[in-house]
Design a protein around this ligand. Structure first.
Ligand code: SAM
Length: 296
């Protein structure tokens, strides 16, 4: 997939730039390069950038998009929780814009979306074996209900898990979404969000171990920052935001910059509906923190 068809509108662009304040001699780390939207803005403002994504298709598209910046940009494919900065490298700013990108959602064969029919896949990293079909078809009903309740905050978790148990195996996103739609009460079925939204979120989190990766990353990222370097995180649901808020608050190496998360303006929300649930938090590496010599 070429970069032209891999378009993702970056959320909270001016807030990200204001927080990172890129300098010509600065070095920045974009842990979730996706369509390269934020990375482009950072590079256009100046400096050097290392771009990470665990999705090989996204990274290939970002390599094309960011090619004009030549040797100002380097790439690394993998889970950001497992990244190791090169020896003696620290960053002036680190960004993570969590979750999935628009192109991932828009490609039915990736299986992230219930809007079109596709395989029940949902892997960001397609070298991984474990897919959403494995969760849906092999988990005990009670475990499936726990997953939907915990990671989807789905109040009809038990009903949905039961309906899935009765009708599996599933291989298609559409069949799963239809079963969920019929399992929930009519008021929920025709409510504000599609009744499969929370179930799909929960499956995606489990398949990609998103919260474990985020927790691990949050313990490591302060070691990657220069004194006064900033870490910027954009999250899209309360489970992620809670982890970020608590990690920033409780880590003695960090000073919280945003007491309350920044959110999109009404204008941005109008132009980019994805921004409606975005929350941006910023923390700064405390210059007095003693562990700056150690890179984890
Ligand atoms: C919301 S998109 C980022 C969009 C990007 N900021 C832009 O403006 O184009 C999130 C990206 O992060 C990647 N991703 C999510 N979790 C990851 C992880 N643990 N490690 C590396 N990449 C991850 C996804 O594959 C996806 O491409």
């Amino acid at each position: 997939m070429g970069s032209a068809s891999f378009h993702h509108t970056p959320v909270l662009p001016s807030e990200v730039l204001a927080a990172l304040s890129p300098q010509a001699d600065g070095h920045y780390l974009d842990c979730t390069v996706g369509g390269g939207g934020h990375s482009r803005l950072i590079l256009a403002a100046g400096g050097y950038l290392t771009a990470i994504d665990r999705d090989g298709t996204a990274l290939a598209a970002a390599q094309e998009t960011l090619a004009p910046w030549g040797d100002h940009v380097a790439f690394w494919q993998g889970n950001f929780a497992h990244f190791q900065p090169p020896p003696d490298t620290r960053y002036d700013g680190v960004l993570a814009d969590l979750g999935v990108s628009s192109p991932q959602l828009d490609q039915p064969h990736r299986g992230f979306s219930f809007r079109d029919d596709g395989d029940l896949d949902m892997r960001m990293d397609r070298d991984q074996d474990f897919t959403a079909a494995d969760v849906v078809n092999t988990y005990a009903e009670a475990d499936l209900a726990d997953v939907l309740f915990t990671y989807g905050e789905e109040r009809y978790a038990r009903r949905i898990a039961k309906a899935i148990g009765r009708s599996r195996p599933f291989s298609s996103t559409k069949d799963l979404a239809d079963t969920i739609t019929h399992a929930v009460p009519p008021a929920y079925r025709y409510g504000r969000i599609h009744p499969a939204t929370r179930t799909f979120q929960a499956l995606r989190i489990v398949v990609n171990q998103e919260l474990d990766s985020l927790s691990e990353w949050l313990t490591r990222v302060p070691h990657w920052l220069k004194p006064h370097g900033v870490v910027v995180v954009i999250s899209f649901h309360s489970l992620e935001d809670r982890l970020v808020k608590n990690a920033f608050r409780n880590d003695p190496r960090l000073e919280v910059v945003t007491k309350k998360p920044l959110t999109a303006t009404p204008e941005e929300q109008q132009c980019n509906p994805r921004s409606r649930s975005a929350k941006l938090r910023v923390a700064r590496y405390a210059a007095t923190a003693s562990s700056s010599a150690q890179v984890l």
